[in-house]
Design a protein around this ligand. Structure first.
Ligand code: PLP
Length: 371
């Protein structure tokens, strides 16, 4: 069976380098917020093309820290999408703010600017003022930052980019994560830049925001043992930072390999049962996931499985319909209709850089078999 994602293969491909980095971190005798984290933060910010990045425990905490670092919390609403990892919405509530869930554009699956414009023009009754917009660059592709950024400017809102699935994605040649007031990344093992455990980061240009986020991730300390803010504990550890430094060097090549595999799938899917993903104009897609669309999704998933090809569904249930959120989260005027339709039709094919050409050919054969 060809599995949809394979972080073990990612480790084995770089085993010598990673083992050496792990040994270096272990032998240093310093395991939390030391030289590896500082170096990774500088290298990641340089790779991204921004001034600062602050490592933290995971991509969920990165969102909490970014919002809190920008002063978004209790008494604020934050507009995001329902078609995302639940972490995006959970983090808004963890920061003390109230989420408002905007529908998606059904072609690219990212935040629909028209629904965002509508909710800003006429916010739902009883909602605190919307102070920030949190678009998700879903599946490895940029959200419509031209339109979303213009609305943020018009209404004076903070723009926080959820880049957990989009390390290296671009829009107009510029990397996502450099457009907003802050950007958040996850280094969960299956992400485009994956640790071998949990990790995350917040990236930003503003030094004041960076210093505040760095304080908040460790009890609100700016000086040891003195809390200036009520903080949390969400640190990136030295071992994961050492591993991420190795992975970062290979990230562009890994993304290029993802793009080559995606091109092979695209070529097979031009006239088939599954619709291929649609690229946004002037955007660089890094294919965290290769998400097709099918009007007969469950049967196609079963047929692929029978042909030895695993697949995934991202995501089977929109956040606003999940038990923890159903009936209590605010929605935009489009009522997340396209989100609900997409949840019943999306199907993610196997895609990770270490897939061999033979495995890619096998997946292509199974896709042709669908007719
Ligand atoms: C993975 C992911 C997160 C959460 O990251 P964790 O490291 O698992 O906390 C947030 N947003 C999106 C879009 C994600 O894909």
């Amino acid at each position: 069976m060809i599995i949809p994602a394979n972080p073990g293969a990612g480790y084995r491909a770089l085993k010598t380098e990673i083992d050496a980095a792990v040994a270096r971190a272990l032998n240093s005798g310093w395991y939390i917020l030391g030289q590896e984290v500082r170096s990774f933060e500088a290298e990641f910010a340089a790779w991204l093309g921004t001034s600062r990045s602050v490592g933290c425990g995971n991509g969920t905490d990165a969102i909490v820290l970014a919002l809190r670092g920008l002063g978004i919390g209790p008494g604020c609403a934050v507009a995001t999408v329902s078609h995302t990892a639940v972490a995006t919405v959970a983090a808004i509530e963890m920061a003390g703010a109230v989420p408002v869930l905007i529908d998606i554009d059904p072609v690219h699956y990212t935040m629909c600017p028209a629904d965002l414009a509508a909710v800003l023009a006429a916010p739902p009754a009883g909602l605190p003022p919307i102070r920030a917009v949190l678009p998700v660059h879903l599946y490895g592709q940029a959200a419509d930052l031209d339109a979303i950024g213009a609305l943020c400017d018009q209404y004076g809102l903070a723009l926080v980019e959820d880049c957990a699935q989009a390390h290296g994605a671009t829009l107009h040649g510029q990397k996502v994560g450099t457009f907003g007031n802050a950007a958040t990344f996850s280094f969960y093992p299956t992400k485009n830049l994956g640790a071998l455990g949990d990790g995350g980061a917040v990236a930003m240009r503003d030094a004041g925001v960076a210093d505040k986020v760095a304080a908040l991730r460790q009890y609100g300390w700016r000086t040891h043992y003195i809390s200036d803010d009520v903080g949390m504990n969400s640190r990136l550890d030295e071992l994961q930072a050492a591993i991420l430094r190795v992975k970062l060097v290979h990230l562009d090549a890994a993304n290029a390999r993802r793009q080559a595999i995606a091109a092979a799938y695209d070529a097979v899917l031009t006239a088939g049962a599954l619709s291929p993903p649609v690229r946004r104009a002037d955007a660089g897609h890094v294919y965290h996931l290769y998400v097709t669309r099918s009007l007969n999704r469950d049967a196609h998933q079963a047929a692929l499985r029978a042909a030895g090809v695993g697949s995934g569904i991202h995501y089977p249930q929109p956040v606003h319909l999940q038990p923890a959120y159903r009936g209590r989260v605010a929605l935009g005027p489009a009522r997340c209709r396209e989100t609900e339709i997409a949840a019943g039709q999306v199907l993610s094919l196997p895609l990770y850089p270490e897939l061999t050409d033979a495995e890619v050919a096998e997946v292509c054969g199974a896709l042709r078999g669908l007719g």
